[in-house]
Design a protein around this ligand. Structure first.
Ligand code: GDP
Ligand code: MG
Length: 368
């Protein structure tokens, strides 16, 4: 390793944080020149990511657009209910229960919300639809805040390894490319690993992305053992001074080895090369699975402890309410949400923005 690289590795430490804003790099060791350190501080992650995004879909506007279908389904039904009934009586409670239960947030979470709602409303608010809606909104936000914990990536003495898991078609490869593009734009050195070795198309897909965003892809021979490919890739990442390694995995296997066993083996293998790896096991879930998404998350979590979730395709479904159920039932940090196929359509999950976008423009018109 060159002297410069060794220095660079000693300069920074990585850490995951829950706090606001990108984490400031922490100097490690004594021989750090302030000027040298300052020169290495990279641009703000968020700002860089936003650069590529057109003005008309930036920030909350894009999110509101992305959640349009879920809003018109779930919130639309609530509005319709409040238009026809104004008092939280038995009939209204039953209808509310039905809307919540069918809103893909899961039965358990639906009942919890309903219970909290009726318990927290003041007497005089029982016939005030706006108050009921506002209370429901804040209860949902409270549940989501619990899992808001964006993945902050910064330099470390060794590469940060993110293993990405999920069923076929959930959006793993696309999400990996989106994360790689963001981190690269922020000045990071990224390596994507084609761990879905059983489908030639899957490797090619990652390579196409690699070409587009200018990011190297580590691959093995077709049908190679994914763990062996990942092991070699970590060796390369260590040699080349890579900051971030994103490991793609298969979502279904055509071999006798069950998928979950394969993923467990991959985890063990990564740790053989870098003991703390994978630093993050990111589960990618397609939001259009609705309530099944909760089940899927539970299954993966049992096999490989999932440390973060990326919920994709929120733009194409009315089942985005499943995020509330996943959050409430699993309590796993939600790192990202996907609201489209483009590079900038991956957002850090923010509970307040998400709730605001979900309830955007909510109005309870006077009853006819
Ligand atoms: N609309 C939409 N499509 C997405 C999103 N994320 C991924 N996709 C699409 O979903 C399909 C499957 O994605 P892919 O990354 O290949 O899934 P994988 O099998 O898990 O690797 C692709 O056509 C992606 O473009 C998203 O957030 N929104
Ligand atoms: Mg894939």
């Amino acid at each position: 390793m060159t002297e410069e690289k060794t220095k660079k590795r000693g300069l920074f430490q990585r850490f995951f944080k829950r706090d606001e804003g990108p984490a400031a790099p922490e100097p490690v060791g004594a021989a750090v020149e302030p000027a040298e350190e300052a020169a290495r501080i990279r641009p703000d992650f968020e700002q860089v990511a936003d650069h590529a995004e057109p003005d008309e879909t930036k920030g909350i506007v894009g999110l509101t657009k992305g959640l349009e279908k879920t809003r018109s389904g779930f919130i639309g039904s609530l509005e319709a209910l409040f238009r026809s009934r104004r008092e939280l009586d038995e009939g209204m409670t039953a209808s509310l229960e039905q809307i919540l239960v069918t809103a893909d947030i899961g039965v358990k979470t639906a009942y919890q919300l309903l219970e909290k709602l009726t318990a927290s409303l003041k007497r005089k608010e029982f016939d005030d639809p706006d108050a009921i809606m506002m209370r429901l909104r804040s209860l949902i936000e409270e549940m989501l805040v619990e899992v808001e914990s964006p993945l902050r990536l910064s330099f470390g003495p060794e590469p940060l390894v993110v293993m990405v898991v999920g069923v076929n078609g959930s959006g793993k490869t696309t999400t990996i490319a989106k994360i790689a593009a963001r981190h690269k734009a922020a000045g990071g050195k990224v390596l994507m690993v084609a761990g879905d070795t059983f489908r030639a198309a899957a490797v090619e897909q990652l390579e196409v992305w690699g070409g587009r965003i200018g990011c190297p892809v580590a691959r093995g021979k077709e049908g190679a053992d994914p763990s062996a490919v990942a092991f070699d890739a970590l060796g390369r990442a260590l040699d080349e001074g890579t900051d971030l390694v994103l490991v793609d995995t298969a979502g279904r296997l055509h071999t006798r080895v069950p998928l979950m066993e394969q993923l467990k083996k991959m985890r063990r293998t990564l740790a053989k090369k870098i003991p703390a790896a994978p630093h993050e096991t990111l589960l990618v879930i397609d939001a259009s699975n609705g309530q099944n998404a909760i089940l899927q998350a539970k299954q993966f979590n049992e096999a490989v402890p999932v440390t973060g979730i990326a919920l994709t395709k929120l733009d194409g479904t009315s089942k985005g309410g499943c995020l509330v159920g996943i959050s409430n039932e699993l309590g796993i940090p939600v790192r990202y949400i996907g609201i489209g196929e483009k590079m900038h359509d991956l957002r850090d999950f923010n509970a307040r923005d998400f709730t605001a976008a979900l309830f955007a423009g909510t109005s309870i018109p006077d009853r006819q």
